[in-house]
Design a protein around this ligand. Sequence first.
Ligand SMILES: [Zn+2]
Length: 276
Amino acid sequence: MLVNLKEILQPAREQKYCVGHFDIVNIEMARGVIAAAEEIGAPVVLGIEEEQLKVCPLDDFASFVLPLARKASVPVAVHFDHGLTFGRCIEALKLGFTSVNFDCSRDILEINEAKVAEMARTAHAFGAAIEAELGYTPYASELHDNVSDFFTDPSQTAEYVAVTEIDALAISVGTAHGEYLQTPKLDYGRIRAIADAAKVPLVLHGGSGLSDNTIREAIESGVSKIDIFTDINIACCQGAIQAYNDGVNMISDVIPYEEHAVKAAAAEKIRLFFNR
Ligand SMILES: [Zn+2]
């Protein structure tokens, strides 16, 4: 069933488990993720980020993901990830997305707050939820010893959440987007301090490639949603490679390999997030 992001994150925060958020770019990935969530009986988030609209336009994404979410046996939120412009976020809301991430993490605090507060009023008027970012989660290539420059400041958190009226807060505590070039070191104390101050579910971007122990400790510290793209992006491709290695030469026969590979990769994460 299609649900508002808030509906699945609030219980996760209260009961200290985590919801898997998977960004996808095709229907095979969407079906693989939903199949994994249904098998486990866990809620899930399907998203697409603005950067990936070049391979899957927003209205195409909506045309296959929203019906899949509605007919799923588990709660599914449909999320526009890392929206960089007001216009794109509005387009997603008009298409029926149940959540948007308006990414103003590169703006100074006052601008970030003002832009996100306006988007929050708009998203709520559409009956959707909003996630926003305080601190900047870098790309793996930007992850270096001084990465804490980007980190979320716990002392800014309570005011940011109160002023913006967001439903979920994405935090920067040591993770990065893409394939890690070095082992990330998470600041768990910072997660706990933010969780105490924020009073809304916390979101960790850059979830691909984290060790199981890192994920467990992040959830224990107060993270309620972890975002994954690279892991299932690679899994889908590996499924296709396996098909070609098996001598398959028709795309209709490649598709099941891709879906199976995505389902297996997503299930591994969802079990870890949900059962702990
Ligand atoms: Zn992200």
